[in-house]
Every structure is written in C-alpha cells, then in structure tokens.
Write a protein that binds this ligand. Structure first.
Ligand SMILES: [Fe+2]
Length: 476
C-alpha cells in the first residue's frame, strides 16, 4: 500500500502473454475498490481457483460479556494469558465492534496450514518474539516492536522464532497511513512521524514448485473456510503493485512533542474506518516552564480508548503493568489520579511504550476480557484520593499515559540530574521479561540502519537478524 513494489519476474506490460518454459502463467489482479483502488498483479504457476477439496467451515463464535455496570476497565493480560493454539487459532478476542476486532495471541504451536483473511485487513503488533511471515508476496521478517500489516487477500503463515506475544487488530475496512501524513502524490510528508524508509515490504520472493495436499484456511462470512489445493500456495513467480504486507517498527516512530501538551492524534500511526491506532513512545516531555506534562482530564464523548502497555516503568502496587490494558469507554471522563498532575510538573521525559486504539463506536467485551478485569479500576481515583497514595506513590493508573512519573520519581530519589529515566525501578518481575521492546531495542534498530561503524554493538542474534533485514531491503 505505501508505494510501488516489484519482486520476481513480471512481463513488460500488464495483461499480455507471460510464459515459463512455454506454459502460460496465470495472471491474477488482486485489488481494492473494484478496479480503481490499490492493486497488485501476481503471476502464478497454477490457477488460484484450483481447489481439489472443499473442507469444513468453522463459524467464529464470540462469547460476549455484557457488564452490569458501565465503567472504566483494567485488564491484566501478561500472566493471565496462557499460550494456546497457533498464530490464528490462538487469537483470543478481547473486544470488538463492527469496525475492529482486538485480540491477544500467545501461540503454543506452529501453523500447519496457510491462512488468508478474505474479509479484512490485519495489524499484528508483535510485543514479544521474532520470526518470518511467509506470504504469497514473499518473506516478511519481523521482530518485537513491529506492526505487521497484512492486507486482505494475502495468503500467509507465521514461522516464529521462539515464544510470541501478539496484539491483533482485524478490520473489515482498510488499514491506511493517515491521510494528513501523505501529500497528493502519496509521498509521506515532512513532519510525519515516519517515512517510507521505515516501512518494510517483503524482502524475498520464493517460488515453491511443490505438489501435494495443502490446506488454506480463509476467513470469510464470520468464519473460517478450509480449502485443499494440490499445489503449494506460494506459487507466484513475480508480482508488482501497491498491495502487499509490510512492517513498521514502533521504535521507528518519531514522537511529536511540544512546548505544551500534545493531544493523542500526534501519536497516530494508522487509520482505519472509525478507529485509529497510535504509538506512545519514549520522548521528551513538554518544555514550557508552566507546562503540565501529564495528560489533562478528558471525556471521550465519541470514542472508546483502549491502551495496551508494552514496556516502560508503569509503577507498582496499584498501577498498570506490562501487558495491562486500560479501557476508557465513551461517556465518562478520565485523567490523572489525585496528585499526579502536580507531581508531573518538572518531568522531562518518559520511557513509556504503548499501543492505543481509539474507536468512534462502542466496543463490546468478551468473557475473556471479563476474566482479566481487575474489577477495581473505576474506583481507583476515589480510593487514591482517600488514601493519598497517588501523589506519594508510583501509581500511574488512570493518568492515561503517565508512566514517566514513576521513572522520574525514581530518578529523583537516586539524585540523578536531568530527569534521565533510563533505569527506572518500576519494572519488576514479569515486567523485566519484556525488555525486548525497551529503548535499547530502539537504539539497536537505528544503529543497525546506519551504514556507520558498529563499534560497541552487540552481536546478538536479534541484532544480527535485524541488521540483515535492514541491509537486505530493496531501495526505493
Ligand atoms: Fe485518554
């Protein structure tokens, strides 16, 4: 979607004869909005219609939780989500509406089939894990911190390296780069928080000439239909166009900061129909002497706000933690807990890393979400005011994104100058297990992208892999 790409062999012009060893290849136009939207043209060894057996249809069954009360929610997912299924069957729906479906996935097994979402785009945020998304367009390497964007119609399977933890967004609409980030020609403009170089299309097309029996599971009409084909689905010898899977690392998002507080749209990363996905990344905070760096109270009169906390120092006792999800539904105000606005003054930076999804229409909750709900979050503003805990402690709960408080406080206690938050002490226990998405990784990603000397750099497999990936990227 972001720009024109081409891999493998394609004929000189569209819709003309293209042969391999005398055999006419099958041309497939995969496009959006009839024949007027973005499209790619693929050249197959076999007809993509060639199905040898019609398998089962499995309807998607959601167990809805309709709470008796309308309240802010805090879901603790990190320890409570056990690995199960694979990268598709292991997706456990948390919340959904007609525009977007949000799931957690900790796969326990590897996909033994190929998958295609026939009715929606997907964004898989990789909280933990690396691997390769093998697709009909070629291999897409990914690592922790990556958003893996998969347009509908892409046949794929995950090939993970190690344990995985995914936050998955599925939408019947289109995932797009926000319109205001692009000029009339499609180029990402100056001032946007990322650029084309940060977007990584498939790196290598492997045409697999293998026959046998291969299951392809397709999400359609609210369920999964399995088809069996007699050829390997990755039979494409070449393709070109604007439609293909790609990755973007949250560590490559350039935060937009200001003299006074910047509103959440400054963190926007993707646009979908009636929802947005945003990235909250480590950054300097507001620098006006009178600035209040913490978010102001706000009422999401037309929005539901879901935030998934990835890494950083989120506080301790009553606060959010890695893997926490806060849900601030429409119709209710939320904001900093008692004392936090005052305590935030003078803070210089934050180490928080989080993914937010704001929807314009109400979200429905699953029984899985019910089981993760701490049941206490709604009253935490009152209780902290009664206890006086918030102002004195490390608790950042309810502030929206105020993890910098605990980090900065820790720094102050240690007497460090300049508000450095590089080693806040809020992360303990399971939180430290998420170090993969820390600012360290952000630095490694950037240094790997630089052609300069690599003195002092680690030679970890992850780093080497990322380096290869960056270097192996085709120019554009
Ligand atoms: Fe908020």
């Amino acid at each position: 979607m972001p720009f024109y790409q081409r891999l493998g062999e394609v004929p000189r012009k569209r819709h003309v004869q293209f042969r391999e060893n005398g055999t006419l290849l099958t041309e497939e136009v995969m496009g959006l909005e009839g024949f007027t939207g973005n499209e790619s043209i693929l050249y197959h060894l076999y007809s993509p219609c060639r199905v040898m057996e019609l398998g089962d249809f499995e309807p998607i069954v959601r167990e809805e939780w309709v709470p008796e009360t309308h309240a802010h929610r805090h879901l603790k997912t990190y320890e409570a989500t056990e690995p199960s299924g694979d990268e598709i069957s292991g997706r456990r729906t948390l919340m959904w509406n007609d525009d977007v479906e949000i799931s957690l996935c900790r796969p326990a097994s590897t996909m033994e089939y190929f998958f295609r979402n026939g009715e929606g785009d997907e964004v898989v945020f990789v909280h933990e894990g690396c691997g390769t998304l093998e697709t009909i367009f070629g291999d897409v390497p990914y690592c922790d911190g990556d958003y893996v964007v998969i347009p509908r119609g892409t046949t794929y399977r995950f090939r993970p390296e190690g344990p995985q933890r995914h936050l998955v967004f599925e939408t019947p609409g289109l995932i797009e780069i926000p319109r205001r980030y692009r000029n009339q020609y499609g180029q990402i403009v100056e001032g946007a928080p990322y650029y084309h170089r940060d977007i990584h299309p498939p790196t290598e097309l492997r045409t697999i000439r293998e026959q046998g029996e291969f299951a392809v599971k397709v999400r359609v009409r609210g369920g999964y239909q399995t088809y069996v084909v007699d050829y390997h689905p990755f039979d494409v010898v070449g393709w070109d166009g604007y439609l293909y899977p790609w990755t973007f690392s949250i560590h490559d998002f350039e935060p937009i900061t200001g003299r006074i507080h910047q509103p959440p749209p400054s963190h926007q990363t993707f646009a979908g129909p009636n929802f947005v996905i945003c990235s909250f990344c480590p950054r300097k905070l507001d620098f006006d002497p009178l600035a209040v760096p913490i978010p102001y109270h706000h009422s999401n009169l037309q929005s539901e706000e879901m935030i998934y906390y990835v890494s950083g120092t989120f506080g301790s006792r009553k606060g959010v933690e890695v893997g926490s999800i806060t849900l601030h539904p429409s119709g209710l105000p939320h904001g900093p807990q008692p004392g936090l606005a005052e305590a935030s003054i003078g803070m210089h930076e934050t180490t928080e890393l989080a993914v937010m999804c704001d929807t314009f229409r109400p979200l429905r909750l699953s029984t899985f979400a019910r089981d993760l709900d701490d049941g206490r979050y709604m009253l935490s503003w009152y209780q902290n005011a009664q206890d006086g805990d918030a102002a004195a402690g490390d608790d950042a709960t309810g502030a929206g994104l105020t993890s910098h408080l605990s980090a900065a406080r820790s720094t102050r206690r240690r007497g460090a100058a300049g508000g450095s938050t590089s080693s806040g002490d809020g992360a303990t226990g399971p939180r430290s297990a998420t170090r993969a998405s820390s600012p360290r990784c952000r630095r490694s990603a950037r240094s790997a992208a630089r052609p300069s000397s690599a003195s002092g750099r680690s030679s970890s497999p992850r780093r080497s892999r990322r380096t290869r990936r960056r270097r192996g990227r085709p120019g554009r």
